[in-house]
Design a protein around this ligand. Sequence first.
Ligand SMILES: Cc1ncc(C[n+]2csc(CCOP(=O)(O)OP(=O)(O)O)c2C)c(N)n1
Length: 333
Amino acid sequence: MKAAEEYPGLYEYANFELPQEELFLPGHGLCAGCTIGVIARHMLKVLGPDTIVVNPTGCAEVSTVVYPRTNWAVPWMHVAFGNGGSVASGIEAAIKVLKRRGVIDPNRKINVVVFAGDGGTADIGFQALSGMFERGHKVIYVMYDNEGYMNTGIQRSGTTPFGASATTAPAGRKVPGNVTHKKPMAAIAAAHGIPYVATANPAYVHDMVYKFKKAAEAEGPSFLHILQSCTPGWRFEPKYAIRVLELATETGYWVNYEIDHGEFRVTLPVPKRKPVKCFLELQGRFKHLKPEEVEAIQAVIDRDVEEINRIVGKEVIGPVDPSLPCITPRGAR
Ligand SMILES: Cc1ncc(C[n+]2csc(CCOP(=O)(O)OP(=O)(O)O)c2C)c(N)n1
């Protein structure tokens, strides 16, 4: 991993060592170009072996736990598609009781994590998640967002972006793919008043691991919304797995921020943005879009960026610079 000093001006933190030990083991069945593994691996490096993972049905589950094998070298539990938040609440409450009764050392720090997709979080798992927040369970909820129900065949979800073609929102002559905008899950989580909420992107590992650490240190529920590239769903060449995620951030499509006890902070400023077409062009799910539809998507991003800059009180995400090349050569910044 590169040292944080190699990203001058971009990172203020995450200068801690990650252990060599792997708790998310190699040999999984995730697609080439899928970044679920990058998220899970770094999550467990930060959280360590005293971690219980609750995993609702989805790509992560079906690709990493095929009986009798598992890639998780920590206690791991499969749960139904919709109840990750409830099961994790129960586990956290049980640990509290066992500590009180002296069965578990009261000083032992055990992390309870939900590792769930966007469908299992923003849609069907939403009430379980909201209840968990409301009751204040100390659970780290990690939503890996591949922007669709990918494991069951690329159906749209509440976080599928406008204009993406999905099997249940196909692009046709009259309809440009999905017609709704991404559900703002981090903002919805923050509205519950929980101590820590953040967005992250596995292309920026230092930023992501810092957020795992902050989530683990929170005194109540925490929510991490992490963008995740999906080769069959987004339709890009596997070699672009990280590129496409970088473009999400470089275009302002995805902004890395945290809301720490209500305080909003952009953790990865982007002084000059690339046009969103750079992000869209790399993916087959947007290839049907007409120039005016791309412009409409650009306008929504411009509006969102303006709103973020207004909240922060300065221009943390800069204007679009059309002279920037879509693909920056490796090593150049
Ligand atoms: C109540 C219920 N409805 C539907 C399903 C079928 N199902 C299993 S996983 C899944 C999609 C999961 O989507 P997401 O949570 O976004 O995870 P991904 O597959 O993208 O990793 C669906 C529809 C189910 N298991 N249970």
